[in-house]
Design a protein around this ligand. Structure first.
Ligand code: AHR
Length: 533
């Protein structure tokens, strides 16, 4: 049959019926799994600390150099050497804090080499054995976090440094008095003391940070908490700097012993030492060395990685229970300051640069972990995904003048309303998504009320094949509609590439209440955040 130009040929009635059936079958909502979900706005829980959305930027591969720092003479648009495109992208995430300079790098970092006009080239033996030019140092880090509106989380060198070196760094950063170090800071362009909100006392001291026993670390850490002082006059009464000790790296006995040792000592701590946080590191890697591909994988690898990432729940529960024994008031936060997917390095790159792609699987992985942290918000009050740019599960990828934002970036953007919102309990029967012998909860969800009283709901549909129809019931509020964004992708391993940056981008989604309930239709493998009106 020939079509008349500009008009479709008429379709016989029987074909119309068949076409409708085919359209229905092709619809992402065909065979949608129904899930009832109820939010109880009358029982507010803990504050979801904005610091749960923290970032981590280590001197590693192109995390800092090229990713943040291109230098003032670069043809890439920059402000005092810091890339403008990256700053603009990160500002939209309202990044609360950036942990720096490492990582393993921190325990070999000597801050003096990174200030002033003479910056000696040193080595970065942890990460590819490359030259560390020290052109990005204290001044540049402080400028960078100021440009993106984040707070400082500085990790001091407890491994190969000395308490004196760390104490002098903090004096250089924070004193308002005219000491020699303050004069040096002034000469380097910053007369006013900097604000340092968080202080990391070493990094993975049980491993790359010096292979210490918990007892040895404890005695070192006490010395650092005593002498590494923040002198900023504005941080004496209010906004005091919080000190974060090295904590566990898993759930095995060596790490439960580590948490026990530190927390037991904390219970009886005296005026002369104190901590406010205990860090925990946990990557989704399945087994070492990291071998899962970050792109070019199928549903089995999707399910395996998500199964592994859900172990975060047990880990947080386990270490929180130990902390509860010695600190029932929850004065010490559990700080998950390294987490995320860690896959095989992308071929053709220095394997020490930990470069990997970032797919829709990572978006789901991010939402599942953020939801775990939110559910434990009374104890987990800070978390830093590893790492912000070009390294591991990054927000942003760059290649010379090009930049692209990742699916994980969009999850962080969509979750901005949860920063400092109040957790609300959500009850639901998740159902099961099965792939081979792997069984996972089909959906996950959190809810919260922001400072203006607006209610926010996040629902993740883990199932990569079936849509979900979520019937939301609310106690304590009347809802008429919901609107927000949903993030899904053609495939579980879809990524945003420099030449195809819009493969995985959020789209608007809305729902109307019917009979007092909101019906949200979620596509397979999706992350959705809506405001409920
Ligand atoms: O994020 C990469 C590395 O992983 C960090 O430097 C270290 O702390 C951890 O082992």
């Amino acid at each position: 049959m020939k079509a008349i130009r500009g008009r479709r040929p008429a379709m016989p009635l029987m074909d119309v019926g068949l076409a409708l059936i085919l359209v229905a079958l092709a619809s992402p909502f065909a065979g949608a799994q129904k899930v009832e979900l109820s939010v109880d706005a009358s029982k507010p829980g803990a504050k979801i600390d904005r610091n749960l959305f923290g970032q981590f930027a280590e001197h590693l591969g192109h995390g800092i150099y090229e990713g943040v720092w291109v230098g003032p003479d670069s043809t890439i648009p920059n402000t005092r050497g810091i890339r403008n495109d990256v700053v603009a992208a990160l500002k939209a995430l309202k990044v609360p804090n950036v942990r720096w300079p490492g990582g393993c790098f921190a325990d070999e970092y000597h801050w003096r080499k990174g200030v002033g006009s003479q910056r000696p080239a040193t080595l970065n033996p942890n990460w590819g054995g490359v030259i560390e030019p020290n052109t990005f140092g204290t001044t540049e880090y402080m400028d960078f976090i100021d440009q993106i509106g984040a707070q400082a989380y500085v990790s001091v060198n407890l491994g190969s440094g000395t308490p004196q070196e760390a104490a002098e760094w903090l004096e250089y950063l924070t004193t308002a008095q005219p000491t020699a170090l303050a004069k040096e800071r002034t000469a380097n362009g910053h007369p006013a003391p900097y604000k340092v909100s968080y202080l990391g006392l070493g990094n993975e001291s049980w491993d790359c940070g010096g292979n210490m026993t918990p007892e040895y670390y404890l005695s070192q850490m006490k010395i650092y908490t005593r002498f590494v002082r923040n002198y900023n006059p504005e941080q004496q009464e209010k906004q005091q700097m919080l000190k974060i000790a090295v904590g566990p790296g898993g759930g095995e006995p060596r790490w439960t012993e580590w948490t026990e040792t530190i927390m037991k000592a904390y219970q009886h701590h005296t005026w002369s030492w104190d901590i406010n946080g205990l860090s925990m590191h946990s990557y989704t890697v399945v087994k070492w060395p990291p071998a899962y591909k970050s792109v070019g994988f199928g549903e089995t690898e999707y399910a395996q990685i998500l199964k592994s990432t859900l172990e975060m729940e047990d880990l947080v529960t386990k270490h929180s229970a130990i902390m509860d024994k010695y600190d029932p008031q929850k004065a010490v936060a559990l700080v998950v300051d390294e987490w995320g997917g860690w896959y095989a390095p992308l071929p053709g790159n220095n394997p020490g640069f930990l470069m990997q792609q970032n797919s829709q699987r990572d978006a789901i992985l991010a939402s599942l972990n953020l939801n775990i942290f939110a559910r434990h918000a009374d104890r987990v009050r800070m978390a830093n995904i590893a790492q912000m740019i070009n390294v591991l599960q990054a927000m942003v990828l760059t290649d010379k003048e090009k930049m692209v934002v990742t699916p994980t970036y969009y999850v962080y953007k969509m979750y901005v309303p949860f920063q400092d919102a109040t957790f609300l309990p959500v009850a639901f029967d998740a159902g099961t998504y099965t792939q081979g012998d792997i069984k996972l909860p089909r959906v996950d969800a959190i809810a919260a009320k922001d400072k203006t009283g607006k209610l926010w709901l996040e629902v993740t549909n883990v199932d990569p094949n079936r849509a979900a129809e979520i019937e939301v019931g609310l106690t304590g509020v009347v809802a008429t509609s919901a609107a927000g964004e949903t993030l899904t992708a053609p495939k579980v391993d879809s990524v945003n590439a420099f030449d195809a940056p819009h493969t995985v981008v959020p789209r608007p989604i809305s729902a109307k209440a019917q009979g007092g309930k909101l019906i949200l239709k979620l596509e397979p493998k999706s992350v959705t955040v809506v405001a409920v009106e």
